[in-house]
Design a protein around this ligand. Structure first.
Ligand code: CP
Length: 361
């Protein structure tokens, strides 16, 4: 994702830096494989308690949540604290003003403040910003461009971390890649991303980012989903390019069982069909026939090579995955959630140790 900053120069405590030099963490596709590998190495050092540095000492990070969270919110707050800093948590429309992100609109509706002011004001207080802004599943062509996250990045004068947007959840994907390496060691693995039935359509950020990161890290990737539940075309082209360049394989299947054959990693997630953005009742009706078929159960797991089971959480037990699988030794979901903390510390250290943030003229 490219985000052109609205302003060519950013005034920081330390120095004048061009906005284009400032690095955000919006999607892993903005980062090279070597940089992602370095983040995992750094996260491992935090996890082993070998890195005790406090790059955020005396500084604050703004966390903006348009949507609910357990793991992301808690791990970011704990992570900032462990790096020596303080968090400012804001919920637009709840504990702070409702926000408009579109440029050029007459704000005579229910939005009180524009991202243009919100983001730059917070940047004067904070070394970096994290933002969570889910897809609303109303308008595919609009939401696939990640307009709210893009507005934050466009106006930001400090680094922005995507804490799950309409299209990406890169912090989750990095924790996922760290977990795969931790459990199975380095090198290429056979990784299955499988759609699962859920009573209602959900956003696509997690499967998008998982598939993208797995491709960037050079894994052999199988994506399994029912017809009509394909991922974004442009994203799939990117994934195809990444796997080809890494010498890895990519396949897409509509077979819920065969997909498990030989897998070393099973990653389950439900998502909505882009064909049904704006028509959730059609999605619910379409997916009804997949109930019971698209669930991760012991029978499917037996087709794998003793695969680890992964899910970003929260997960609906006996809907997405059976109790038997999620409670089995193959399930790594709790370690995966823990790794959010370590990898986000690595990301914040990388982004914010030099960008002092704040301090207007
Ligand atoms: N996986 C994840 O992002 O969890 P939360 O929605 O609880 O933050």
């Amino acid at each position: 994702m490219t985000s052109k900053n609205k302003f060519p120069f950013v005034t920081c405590h330390c120095s004048l830096v061009t906005a284009s030099e400032m690095k955000h963490f919006l999607t892993t596709s903005d980062w090279k494989r070597a940089e992602l590998e370095a983040l995992i190495v750094s996260a491992q050092a935090f996890k082993r308690d070998e890195d005790k540095s406090k790059p955020l000492a005396g500084r604050s990070v703004g966390l903006i949540f348009f949507n609910p969270s357990l793991r992301t919110r808690a791990s970011m707050q704990v992570g900032v604290y462990e790096l020596g800093g303080n968090t400012v948590v804001l919920e637009p429309g709840g504990t702070s003003w409702t926000l408009e992100h579109r440029d050029g609109v007459v704000m005579d509706g229910d939005k009180t403040e524009h991202v243009a002011e919100f983001v730059r004001v917070l940047g004067r207080y904070c070394a970096g910003l994290g933002v969570r802004t889910f897809a609303q599943l109303k308008d595919w062509e609009d939401e696939r461009r990640d307009p709210v996250l893009e507005a934050f990045a466009r106006y930001a004068e400090v680094p922005v971390i995507n804490l799950e947007s309409a299209m990406h959840h890169p912090c989750q994907a990095m924790a996922d890649m760290m977990t795969v390496r931790e459990k199975l060691g380095p090198g290429r693995k056979r990784v299955l991303l499988t759609w699962a039935w859920h009573p209602k359509p959900l956003p696509m950020a997690v499967p998008n980012s998982f598939a993208l990161a797995a491709a960037q890290m050079g894994h052999d990737l199988v994506i399994a989903h029912p017809p009509l539940y394909d991922l974004d075309d442009e994203l799939m082209r990117d994934i195809e390019t990444q796997t080809r360049e890494a010498g890895a394989s990519l396949s897409v299947t509509h077979d819920a069982d065969e997909a498990f054959d030989g897998a070393e990693v099973v990653y389950a997630k439900s998502w909505g069909s882009k064909s049904f953005y704006g028509a959730p009742e059609k999605d619910t009706e379409t997916r009804a026939s997949f109930r019971g078929k698209w669930i991760v159960d012991a029978q499917k797991m037996r087709r794998t090579k003793q695969a680890i089971f992964m899910h970003c959480l929260p997960v609906r037990r006996n809907v997405i995955v059976t109790d038997e699988v999620i409670d089995s030794p193959q399930s790594v979901v709790i370690d995966e959630a823990e790794n959010r903390l370590h990898v986000q510390k690595a990301i914040m250290q990388r982004l914010m140790q030099d960008a002092k943030g704040g301090g207007g003229t």
